[in-house]
Design a protein around this ligand. Structure first.
Ligand SMILES: [Zn+2]
Length: 145
């Protein structure tokens, strides 16, 4: 019988999971404290690269979420525009701000990531900023005829 290192490591991890999680959390905390300056220097050195990658990541998350709620190419449910920069997600029954506050998410891509991690729940639609504003204002009592 040969020694299966992968199996051993997996079993060891499962057996000591609780302890290892606490240990690594503490270890990482100390390591980040010790290397704060080094990390900051590295971030500064690769600032443009990091910004570019972050922008790409955000764009990917947005396209993925809006594609899901549009059922294909991201487009406004009211006017049909496909200009990605003006498209946003709308809570069909309202209450978006309340929901984000309850979840502790500021909005934007963070909220879209949250939806992705929860398998895109129902109750949202894609609108452009104009149609979203029109919908919001038409619901306000001051704008009722
Ligand atoms: Zn629209």
């Amino acid at each position: 019988m040969t020694f299966d290192k992968r199996k051993y490591v997996k079993e060891y991890y499962e057996k000591h999971k609780e302890h290892l999680l606490v240990y690594h959390r503490e270890y990482n905390k100390i390591w980040f404290q010790k290397n704060k300056r080094r990390i900051a220097d590295k971030h500064r050195l690769h600032k443009e690269e990091r910004n570019k990658m972050d922008l790409q990541r955000r764009k990917k998350v947005k396209i993925e979420a809006l594609s899901h709620y549009s059922g294909g190419i991201p487009k406004c449910s009211f006017c049909g525009t496909t200009e990605l920069v003006i498209l946003c997600l709308d809570h069909i029954n309202g209450g978006g701000r309340t929901e984000r506050r309850k979840l502790g998410i500021s909005g934007g891509v963070n909220f879209l990531s949250y939806l992705r991690s929860h398998n895109y729940p129902e109750g949202y639609q894609v609108l452009c900023y104009n149609c979203n504003a029109r919908k919001t204002f038409s619901e306000l009592p001051a704008f009722q005829p």
